[in-house]
Structures are given as structure tokens and as C-alpha cells.
Design a protein around this ligand. Structure first.
Ligand code: CO
Length: 150
């Protein structure tokens, strides 16, 4: 990773907007919902199977952000492999942007290694892209541009 200089013209800070969600990998979606919704009282907002990411996903509200519970669709998915290696737990941090193409370009400009060079379809019709954890100190990082109506 290139080091960042605070020279004039450097456009950092401000690559990201705000936290959109924290992704949590779970084996047992119903058990996780029982924890977050029923024990911790977060409102369940949305459920969806996101084929593109190989997950069953549930969004729960926490302030202006969400907890995103993700359970693998099958054993060959990235999230299944993650759980195999690390067990269930925190999986990724997602930052919101209103212009994912610009954010992607700026991340590449900053020398970040991208998993996705082009946005793909995420939950609720959002556009998402992932930054490789090798560029971000081991934290899988997602950028998300919500669909217009969310
Ligand atoms: Co996510």
C-alpha cells in the first residue's frame, strides 16, 4: 500500500461517507435473529437472499446504520469459507457513498487492492464493491451506494 501524504491537493479525508452496516457472519440465521431482534431489540427491516454474494441476509436497524446478518447459502460460498476458517463473527465493515464509481476510483488512486473493480448488485438493489482486506489491515471493507429509494 502506498503511504498517504497530507500534501495540498490530497483529497483525503472523505473517501467514505458514513458507516452503512457491519456485516456479521452467522451459521444459524434464526438464532442470530433471536439474539439481535428479540434479545437486543433491534428492529428487523429487511430479508433477502443475495445470490451474487451467496448469502441469506437480514438487516436490522441501529441508528442510521444496520447490522447485516449473513448466513451462507451453501458450502462453496465465501462466507461459508470464512466461517470455516474463523468461526462465526464480524465479517466486514460497509461504508456508504452516494457515488460508488467515484469512490472506487479514489480507492484505486490510493493504491487500495480491490476485490471488485466494478460495482456489483448488493442487498436491496444497492451497488456494492469490496476492498481486499490486505489493503485495509485485515478488515474486509465494503462500499455501498444505496438504491435511490432507500
Ligand atoms: Co455488507
Amino acid at each position: 500500500m502506498r503511504t498517504t501524504r497530507s500534501a495540498p491537493g490530497n483529497r483525503l479525508p472523505g473517501v467514505f461517507g458514513e458507516i452503512d452496516h457491519i456485516g456479521i457472519a452467522v451459521e444459524d440465521l434464526d438464532g442470530a435473529i433471536a439474539l439481535y431482534r428479540d434479545q437486543l431489540g433491534m428492529r428487523e427491516q429487511h430479508r433477502e437472499t443475495v445470490e451474487e454474494q451467496g448469502v441469506h441476509a437480514v438487516l436490522l436497524e441501529i441508528g442510521d446504520a444496520h447490522i447485516e446478518l449473513i448466513a451462507p447459502i451453501g458450502p462453496e460460498t465465501g462466507v461459508a469459507r470464512f466461517i470455516e476458517r474463523n468461526g462465526p463473527g464480524m465479517h466486514h465493515v460497509a461504508y456508504r457513498t452516494d457515488d460508488i464509481d467515484d469512490t472506487l476510483r479514489r480507492l484505486v488512486e490510493q493504491g487500495m487492492r480491490m476485490i471488485d473493480r466494478e460495482p456489483r448488485v448488493g442487498i436491496r438493489g444497492s451497488r456494492v464493491a469490496f476492498v481486499h482486506p490486505k489493503s485495509t489491515g485485515g478488515v474486509l471493507t465494503e462500499i455501498v451506494q444505496p438504491a435511490e429509494d432507500h
